[in-house]
Design a protein around this ligand. Structure first.
Ligand SMILES: CC[C@@H](C(=O)O)C(=O)SCCNC(=O)CCNC(=O)[C@H](O)C(C)(C)COP(=O)(O)OP(=O)(O)OC[C@H]1O[C@@H](n2cnc3c(N)ncnc32)[C@H](O)[C@@H]1OP(=O)(O)O
Length: 300
């Protein structure tokens, strides 16, 4: 009886946490027409988003459209949404590296598609579609890193801010070029940039459309580290090693850590505290906790 009650509470809590994570920012109440924009995006094909899920719990998400410096075509935007949904259901996942094919990160939206959907309705729907997807990406219970080789421009720069961390290779750059396109970021990149570097630095980067090289990114706290190699596979290996410092250990615990940090980052204090209590309930007395109590490790 007590066991089944405990199981029920555990299940409800788990569902509530999952629900919070999946909840989309925009729906019909906001004038968002998801099916309409999906149909439009389908018309701009090319490139792909590839996901490989490794046995060590690290996923590698690759933006693959090297002929256009990995610019996002319409179908790539749709595929990104699908891959995020797949990652939401990956129970063994602990970490995620996002990188670009052909040794460059991403040059934003495919300008051919942008031109064709430059009317207000399509623009708003595309903006809400990408904000929904990138918000879900940011809330994944995985520790995420953008591996920035080459250039992260426009929407590519915005995507880097939806990751928990950024690592840059020598010679790479992040640049919010929106002002030069007569725009501001629309994929949530401005709001997230302010959270990462503060409002003064964000204002400088956006209003000056400044090139952020690895040195400046480190100074601003936009990047964690400049990797040694700018070669594609060597830098990926370095990023894997960097991430593994934080993903070592049982998935249940690593995912719980990310969940409490997400709550602290996004919620008012009292809500964040309640979420922390709920997440704590999922690890307390769990296998990793019980094993640690038996081992009684010393933390010297
Ligand atoms: C809401 C929209 C906004 C957002 O999402 O927030 C955006 O993202 S708008 C798009 C912003 N991005 C750009 O404006 C990028 C424009 N391109 C460049 O500035 C340069 O191409 C580059 C990315 C700095 C790379 O320069 P370089 O290394 O010298 O390569 P090339 O210029 O020769 O590029 C190779 C090839 O790729 C094409 N390309 C690059 N980016 C895009 C893009 N975003 N859309 C479409 N095509 C792109 C480029 O035109 C070249 O093709 P060819 O001219 O046919 O050789």
């Amino acid at each position: 009886m007590a066991v089944s009650l405990w199981k029920k509470i555990f299940q409800t809590t788990k569902e509530r946490i999952l629900q919070q994570r999946r909840v989309s920012l925009y729906n019909v109440a906001h004038g968002y027409e998801e099916e309409l924009i999906k149909k439009k995006l389908q018309q701009f094909a090319g490139g792909s988003i590839n996901l490989s899920k490794e046995d060590n719990g690290i996923g590698i998400l690759t933006l693959n459209n090297p002929q256009l410096m990995n610019a996002f075509t319409g179908t790539m935007m749709l595929e990104l949404q699908e891959k995020v949904a797949e990652l939401e259901n990956w129970k063994d996942g602990k970490g995620l590296i996002i990188c670009g094919a052909g040794n460059t990160f991403c040059s934003g939206s495919d300008l051919n598609a942008v031109k064709a959907i430059s009317n207000c309705q399509d623009g708003m729907n595309m903006c809400m579609f990408m904000q929904n997807t990138l918000t879900r990406l940011m809330r994944l219970p995985l520790i995420s890193v953008a591996l920035i080789q080459g250039k992260a421009i426009g929407g590519g720069a915005e995507l880097t801010t939806a990751c928990d961390f950024r690592l840059m290779t020598p010679g790479s750059e992040i640049r919010f070029v929106h002002k030069h396109m007569g725009l501001v970021p629309g994929w949530g990149g401005a709001a997230r940039l302010v959270q990462i570097v503060g409002s003064g630095a964000a204002l400088r980067l956006l209003s000056g459309a400044l090139k952020v090289d690895p040195e400046r990114a480190l100074r601003l706290g936009l990047s964690e580290e400049t990797l040694l190699s700018s070669e594609e596979s060597a830098s990926l290996e370095e990023a894997r090693a960097w991430l593994s410092q934080y993903t070592e250990g049982p998935a249940s615990v690593i995912r719980a850590v990310k969940q409490v940090v997400t709550a602290g980052r996004e919620l008012p204090l009292e809500d964040a505290l309640r979420t922390e209590k709920d997440v704590f309930g999922t690890v307390w007395g769990g296998p990793a906790n019980l094993q640690a109590l038996v081992r009684r490790p010393k933390h010297k």
